[in-house]
Design a protein around this ligand. Structure first.
Ligand code: MSP
Length: 516
């Protein structure tokens, strides 16, 4: 049997460029980055894709409002999203834009396959459309004359191509039944199941009343519906329609636990209903899972442009830096808070006070303090050299690591972090109980070295496990511990610190957030 290749494809949604990035965009991308880093530490071959969704009425309208030509406008705003990936230190392998030729070619080819397979027909669309959501709504879905999301709707009547979505109802239900992990978490699965059971109408997939989109092949005046265009990005980034491309082979075909599409709860329907139906119609592989996360509020209030409480991730980073932190530490703190504060999948509240107390209690006072105290003792009292190697930490670490890996498997980032914190708390407690500073006074040098060894070995394991969440600071700790770059992945968890191993001069890694 050929060994199963562990290739892992994780994607964020591609973001509309109608406006600059906000915390919601940063959040989805950070979650993908955390997963990508985790899988790489497991020695998987990872491809992490993000990018921008640049067509459609919403973007065209925003460009016009600013007196710009749509392409010029998209170039400007897309750049802001790309810069954000750099500012946050995200590890994406590619950044796709739907206005790139590689994408337009793929989207048109995808259309041609759907058409050739008999799933597209021409008709007239008449009904409600919400530009803000870029979505069609049935009369019975409206609440007080608005979309269920609160978006304004307009009545449209125009010539349109349709996708025979109604023909896929049973196939989708069979897919959901066969693959209960296809839509996660469970609450979203139930929501989609009842939506599909309620009956599917054919979907309008082209527009004729504006022109900012991918042209429908051989059909003057029609541009592709922006969601059909956008969803195809997951394929075009892999080299589709060239099915021989290595990326396509590795990350669409020969991958067992992916593709994994991380999305917000508002866009599950597009990913879990339309997307698999399109793919089935094109006879292409279906993604492994769609995971929907919740939404952030700002200090308890719904985030909205009209209220004026949109959270800008760059402003938040600057605010954290103003406590006297370098950029790398500040971005780790921001990412840590978002992954830690709210169970992934739930809604949560962003509050600066909560960020300060999380960081101070869990990173600064707990892990930071442990690493600073133990490494300083080695440096000052033991010539920077490890001794008294022993197995004491191993069993304890295994229990916490098991909890961590189990949590990561279900993307329960908060629980994974909790396991690390639990381990650090226990190590701190033991260190205090053994009080190596007293052992030194009592001249119990072997005992002192043993206590220090246990703390340092725990810090090594903690830093390895922290890498997906605080990659900069975790690696700084591993640098202080003088751990080789090749010994920082999960398979090195058991490579205990050896007697005679020299560490570097310790520096404080997780500073407290304190107003000066
Ligand atoms: N362009 C589409 C996605 C196409 S994917 C083929 C889109 N873009 S978006 O820019 O409007 O939204 C991107 C993501 O940001 C969504 O997953 C959405 O859930 C997320 N968020 C928007 N506001 C949010 C919060 N307040 N909190 C958390 N995430 C939020 O949809």
């Amino acid at each position: 049997m050929p060994s199963v290749k562990k290739n892992f494809y994780v994607t964020s949604p591609i973001y509309y460029v109608n406006d600059v990035p906000h915390i919601g965009h940063a959040y989805t991308s950070i979650a993908c980055d955390t997963i990508a880093r985790f899988k790489r530490l497991e020695n998987q071959q990872v491809y992490f894709l993000t990018g921008t969704d640049e067509h459609g009425q919403k973007v065209e309208k925003s460009a016009h409002l600013r007196g710009k030509n749509p392409q010029e406008f998209c170039d400007e705003v897309s750049l802001k999203f790309r810069e954000l990936t750099k500012t946050l230190g995200l590890s994406n392998d590619d950044f796709i834009r739907t206005t790139q030729d590689r994408h337009k070619i793929a989207a048109q080819k995808f259309w041609e396959i759907l058409e050739k397979n008999g799933h597209i027909y021409k008709g007239t669309y008449e009904g409600w459309y919400a530009v803000r959501d870029e979505a069609f709504y049935a009369e019975e879905e409206l609440i007080d004359g608005k979309a269920p999301t609160g978006a304004e709707v307009l009545w449209h009547k125009e010539e349109s191509y349709f996708f025979r979505l109604s023909a896929f109802q049973d196939k989708l239900l069979a897919l959901y039944e066969a693959a209960p992990d296809f839509i996660l978490p469970q609450s979203r699965f139930n929501e989609i199941l009842s939506f599909v059971k309620g009956g599917l109408k054919d979907l309008s997939i082209s527009r004729t009343s504006f022109s900012w989109g991918v042209k429908v092949p051989q059909s003057e005046g029609h541009v592709m519906y922006v969601w059909l265009d956008a969803l195809t990005n997951y394929l075009s980034a892999l080299g589709f329609p060239n099915e021989d491309s290595d990326l396509y082979q590795n990350f669409w075909l020969n991958t067992s636990e992916s593709p994994l599409h991380i999305v917000g709860k508002d866009i599950v329907r597009f990913h879990a209903v339309y997307w698999p139906a399109f793919l089935m119609a094109a006879n292409l592989n279906i993604p492994h899972s769609i995971y929907a996360h919740g939404w952030w509020t700002n200090e308890g209030q719904k985030i909205s442009k009209s209220v004026g409480n949109v959270i800008d991730p760059i402003t938040e980073l600057e605010w954290i830096k103003n406590f006297g932190l370098d950029h790398e530490t500040a971005s780790d703190y921001f990412k840590f808070f978002l992954m830690r504060e709210v169970p992934f999948g739930n809604d949560g509240d962003y509050s600066r006070l909560n960020l300060i107390s999380r960081i101070n209690s869990e990173l600064a006072n707990n892990i930071g303090n442990l690493s600073q105290r133990s490494l300083s003792m080695i440096f000052k009292n033991c010539n920077g050299e490890i001794s008294q190697q022993n197995n004491h930490v191993r069993a304890i670490a295994e229990t916490f690591a098991e909890e961590y890996f189990k949590a990561m498997k279900s993307l329960s980032f908060d629980k994974a972090i909790n396991a690390i914190i639990g381990f650090a708390t226990q190590t701190n407690r033991e260190f205090n109980d053994l009080a190596p500073w007293n052992l030194k006074k009592e001249n119990k040098i072997d005992e002192m070295n043993r206590a220090i060894y246990n703390a340092a070995e725990s810090v090594r394991i903690i830093a390895i496990l922290l890498q997906p969440f605080t990659p900069n600071c975790a690696n700084k700790i591993l640098d202080l511990l003088n751990i080789d770059a090749s010994a920082r992945n999960f398979s090195a968890l058991n490579q205990m610190l050896q007697n005679g191993h020299k560490i570097n001069e310790p520096k404080a890694i997780f500073p407290r957030l304190e107003s000066k």
